[in-house]
Structures are given as C-alpha cells and as structure tokens.
Ligand binder design. Structure first.
Ligand code: SF4
Length: 342
C-alpha cells in the first residue's frame, strides 16, 4: 500500500476504534516536529469528535526558561562571547533578545553546527555555547565539551516532562512520543510511565499510524508504550549517544517555561571548568528573576489554551514581532498556528 492508501486505512481504523472507546479521550503530542505536521495537514480537525489532540512542551526553544535566556544575554552584555542556534537568537528576554544584544555590539554568534563554534574559538577562546534542546541535540553539545568549549546547558529530558504533564491540570489519556528523541533514548525509556503512549515519526501517515496505535491502547485500557516508528526507533536506543550524554552531563533539576522546575529533567555539564553556570557565577548571580508578562506561552505549553486564546496572538505578537518564545521557533505552537492559519 502507498502512503495515501495507508493514511485512509488509518483514518478508517481510528474512526472505528474511537467509536468503541465510547468516551472522550485527550491525546497530547510533545514534539514540535509533530505539531508542525499535525497543523499542516489539519489532523486535529479530521479526528473523530470524541478524540481531542492537544500540543504539549515539545519545542526546545519554547521550553527554555526566561531566566536562562536572561542569563545568556547578561553574559553577552558583560563581554563574554556567546554562540547559539538560530531560533534562540530572537526569543525575547526580559528586556531584549540575544539578537538585540548583538545589535548593541555584543559578541553574539548564530551558528548552525557545532563545528562553527570550534572555528569561532580561534578568534574568541572564551566563547560560551548556549546548549538547548532535548536528547536529540545534546549529543552534539558533547562534541563541544570534548573539545573543551564552555557550555551553558539548558538541555532537557523528555521522560520527566511526560511524567510532569501526567500530574498536571489536564487529564491526558495518551501521549504521542517524539520520534527523534526516541531514536536516542529508545522505547525502553518510556516503559515505567503509567499511561498509553505511541512513538511515531514525521509524516501525516506516521502521525495517524501513531494515533491509531494509541487509541488501541486506550480502548484496551493498557498503560504502556507502543513503537509505531520501528524503522527508526529501537528498543535500546542509540547506546553510543547515551554514553556520550552520560560522560559529559549529569542529570539535574531544570526549570521549564510554564512548567516550573521539574526534578531530574535537565542535563548539567559535569566538568566545573566547562560549565558556564559555575565559571561565570559572579555575573549570573546578579541576574534578577524575570517579571511576569502578558505572554501566555506557559499555558500554551501545558495544553491549557490554544495560541488563538492568547489576547496578543496575531495582534501585538506575530512572527515578525514575537512577544514570546512560542511565536519565534518553527516548532512553537503559536508560530505554527500563525503559519497555517488555525
Ligand atoms: Fe506568547 Fe505570542 Fe503565543 Fe501569546 S501568541 S502565548 S504572546 S508567543
């Protein structure tokens, strides 16, 4: 069967299974890549009425806390050269963004690969890399740590976030687990989470495949994980990447935008001399706690509101003039909603 035929079959199956569930079920995807596909193809709208699909904290730029962004901006303002990936440049801090800091003459560099940071070190030996993202991007940061580049890590772990969402304000019947992260951590990482979960990939057919598998679990009241992306995800995951993460990072509590501090949900640099939070603690300790703003990214990330329910959406907040992280990143719910007009 080709993708189109498979997609039709999944939809037929989803409708049949949803009828047999005989109640409302709420599913959450926790990967910005999945959110993009779901919104692009209008997947929420074609699901049966009793199946609600909401977005969770799956965008790495969006979940990085305001305080961490303020800290990186302060480092740059105090003359420390800093480098990070594209989207992070435009995320508003309490006063301005890293891009604004660069416009003020600070040494802020937008990079697309770890190798670029190594090249920058030739001219800026004390450059600090802002390491963001989940288990997918963290192995690339270990390459920099192996090369003795100082890192400010806000890398996050997916499993503690799923567990935190389970105990949150919304009853979630099942999770669509992220495909890319799962290639690293493997199916086994989700085994002790007591809720229905399906790992899946990045096409409309694969998303529907994952939803169908998830609904099967919910129908049978099974609180376990199914791998609906076996072509890329293995039970054990990527052992080499896991070893690299373990060698260079230790698991620590981490602050997430909207979700607060989640225990054991972050990756902190093991070596003190390569950990920017320790090396520059004199500067960072003076950064004040961020003030509350009108941006409702925190509620968007928890699935409590849709981007359209934020009063700033499409008015004061647009991709050209973002007021929050969720409107900056290509994986942010507000930006995706804006792009596809939903
Ligand atoms: Fe924040 Fe803008 Fe999204 Fe509102 S629309 S939640 S201000 S990013």
């Amino acid at each position: 069967m080709n993708d189109e035929e498979l997609t039709k079959q999944h939809l037929n199956d989803i409708n049949k299974i949803a009828r047999s569930i005989k109640r409302e079920a709420t599913l959450m995807e926790i990967c910005g890549g999945h959110t993009n596909i779901i919104m692009k193809y209008g997947i929420r709208e074609i699901l049966p009425k009793n199946i609600r699909l909401i977005s969770g904290p799956g965008c790495p730029v969006c979940v990085s806390s305001q305080k961490d962004i303020d800290c990186m901006i302060e480092l740059a303002m105090q003359g420390v050269p800093v480098a990070t990936y594209g989207d992070m440049m435009r995320v508003p801090g309490s006063n301005y963004s890293l891009e604004d800091a660069r416009a003020k003459g600070c040494k802020v560099f937008e990079v697309y690969s770890a190798e670029e940071v190594l090249k920058l070190r030739k001219d800026y030996p004390h450059i600090v890399f802002f390491g963001i993202g989940f288990e997918t991007t963290a192995p690339m940061t270990t390459f920099l740590l192996e090369n003795n580049i100082c890192v400010y890590s806000v890398h996050k772990l997916v499993v503690p976030a799923i567990k935190a969402m389970l105990g949150g304000e919304i009853k979630i019947d099942g999770f669509i687990n992220p495909g890319h992260v799962s290639t690293i951590i493997g199916e086994k990482a989700y085994a002790d989470i007591k809720v229905a979960q399906a790992i899946t990939g990045f096409s409309a057919e694969r998303i529907l495949r994952g939803i169908r598998a998830l609904l099967e679990l919910i129908k049978d009241d099974k609180k376990s994980v199914v791998n609906a992306y076996p072509e890329a995800v293995h039970y054990e995951g990527n052992i080499i990447a896991q070893k690299l993460l373990n060698n260079h990072f230790k698991i620590s509590d981490s602050e997430w935008r909207g979700l607060g501090v989640i225990p054991n949900s972050g990756l902190e640099v093991r070596k003190d001399d390569l950990n920017a939070k320790i090396k520059y603690k004199n500067i960072l300790s003076k950064v004040p706690e961020p003030k509350k703003t009108a941006c409702r990214c925190g509620e968007v990330l928890k699935g409590l509101i849709e981007p359209t329910e934020c009063p700033l959406y499409r008015k004061a907040c647009t991709p050209e003039n973002p007021k929050g992280a969720c409107m900056v990143s290509e994986e942010g719910s507000c930006s995706i909603s804006y792009k596809y007009g939903r």
